[in-house]
Design a protein around this ligand. Structure first.
Ligand SMILES: [Zn+2]
Length: 470
């Protein structure tokens, strides 16, 4: 059955590619209200497509009480497989990051250009390419077989790139509609490429922004320099206390109750053979980080505190002789399994307060929330199904990998719906997501249009009850 669907999708490839390019042309930047039209266009395109392929109950989902900055999700379902078959929630997102800085793009970011077997455009890799694969896979089953091997509920988020402000409320409002046995995400994964991967987890995230003050106002550096604290100097000193020289987080109590890395986790991390020298070479950067852990462990199973931005004083053209009284910093923390976002944020806050000298005042701008890390349990049927597909299609045992980033939906669905998720996206980590000249490989599109039908078929061999054990 899946072979027939894969063959059908291969035959439809040009039409599928054309639809993907149309979706990409909507500048659906969720963070900026100036792009509301692009957001609306992408939503309507998807609503039309889901209706056209024969999904039921196609509509926009919003929380009962609107949340500021929230964006509706696109939903559609097909439940004809019957109650004995698993119900799989399929996740993707239609929003994208801003394209700035525009001057670094070789071509306009929302006019997809195909060069060297790649689609260059904002959102191509993250994550309209893989979202299209998910939608078209369902379309392929419905067109050739008149039904899917499992019940499917397609959920396409519109606020992934802005930290999903209303997603929790949205899930609570539409709980009944979203009930499922498991979730497959088109975001995250790395199923494409030479080394087959099973992506079973991601780090969590918390954030913190603060302002540091040293005086009531900026002053002439010739008059006060040497006698007044400079806010930027104090900020640099304070930020430097967050890590030791090897980049280890030096914040007391930061990891909280998180257990140490288990042997099983370390063995899984080692199953993906990373060429560390090549990894650093790609960034033209020198090796760095805690030598007790491999680069894979540092980037997926160890926590971080990262300064994402620091500013203050004069940064314009030319010079200005000023002693700034105020400096600002934005921090995010990547969290490991067992780490609580609020507790991690509080540990950093306390650390900063403890290390700020007398005469330096800190004001914190809390962004509430944060997301815990997610891990798909070792005996979950999704692991077995995806591993079987990858073994068959790619040969060899898939490496078990984790995402260093955060896919909040995996944690939210675990916490609110009690279901596990597998990230089965086709994007590769070198495709410059969030950066200028983002691209998606056409070969990954083709690969996804085989792997996804195979995965749904494999899950169709299972019973709904298989997912409810354990
Ligand atoms: Zn993204």
């Amino acid at each position: 059955m899946s072979e027939r669907v894969a063959a059908y999708l291969a035959g439809e490839r040009e039409a599928i590619l054309e639809r993907l390019l149309r979706l990409i042309r909507f500048p659906s930047v969720s963070t900026d209200a100036a792009f509301a039209e692009g957001m609306r266009g992408a939503r309507e395109f998807l609503l039309d497509r889901l209706r056209a392929i024969g999904l039921e109950d196609v509509r926009l989902l919003e929380p009962a009480t609107p949340v500021p900055g929230g964006q509706p999700a696109v939903y559609g379902a097909w439940t004809g497989a019957g109650p004995d078959k698993p119900t799989i929630l399929i996740y993707g997102h239609y929003d994208v990051q801003p394209a700035d800085p525009l001057e670094l793009w070789h071509a306009p970011p929302f006019e997809p250009a195909i060069r060297d077997g790649r689609i260059y455009a904002r959102g191509a890799s993250d994550v309209k390419g893989s979202t299209t694969i998910a939608v078209e896979t369902i379309a392929g089953f419905l067109a050739t077989e008149g039904g899917c091997p499992v019940n499917v509920k397609l959920f396409l988020e519109g606020e992934e790139e802005i930290g999903s402000p209303s997603l929790g409320a949205l899930i609570d409002t539409h709980r009944e509609l979203l009930v499922a046995d498991a979730m497959i995400s088109a975001d995250g994964g790395g199923a494409a490429g030479a080394v087959p991967r099973l992506n079973i987890g991601c780090r969590g995230i918390a954030s913190l922004q603060f302002t540091l003050r040293t005086a009531s106002k900026d002053a002439h550096s010739g008059k006060v320099g040497g006698a007044l604290r400079n806010a930027l100097h104090e900020m640099a000193r304070l930020i430097a206390t967050l890590h030791d020289e090897q980049g280890r987080v030096a914040v007391e109590g930061f990891e909280g109750d998180a257990p140490p890395l288990s042997n099983a986790e370390r063995a899984e991390a080692a199953s993906f053979a990373l060429d560390e020298a090549a990894w650093y070479a790609e960034f033209e950067a020198a090796p760095f980080g805690d030598p007790a852990y491999s680069v894979t462990e540092r980037t997926t199973l160890r926590p971080t505190v990262e300064v994402n931005g620091m500013w203050g004083g004069y940064t314009g053209e030319g010079g200005k002789t000023v002693t700034p009284a105020e400096a600002h910093a934005k921090l995010t923390m990547r969290l490991i399994p067992g780490q609580d976002p609020a507790a991690a944020q509080e540990a950093v806050r306390q650390h900063l307060l403890r290390h700020a000298p007398a005469g330096v005042a800190l004001t914190f701008h809390h962004r509430p929330g944060g997301t815990r890390a997610f891990t798909l349990r070792a005996d979950h049927p999704l692991r077995a199904a995806a591993a079987a597909v990858l073994r068959r299609e790619k040969g060899g045992e898939p490496a078990v990998t984790r995402l260093g980033g955060t896919v909040p939906i995996t944690t939210l669905f675990q916490e609110r719906l009690g279901i596990g998720s597998l990230m089965f996206g086709l994007a590769s980590s070198d495709e410059d997501a969030h950066a200028p000249n983002e691209f998606f490989r056409l070969s990954s599109l083709d690969e996804g249009l085989r792997l996804w039908p195979m995965l749904l078929s494999e899950l169709g061999r299972m019973r709904a009850a298989d997912f409810r054990q354990g």
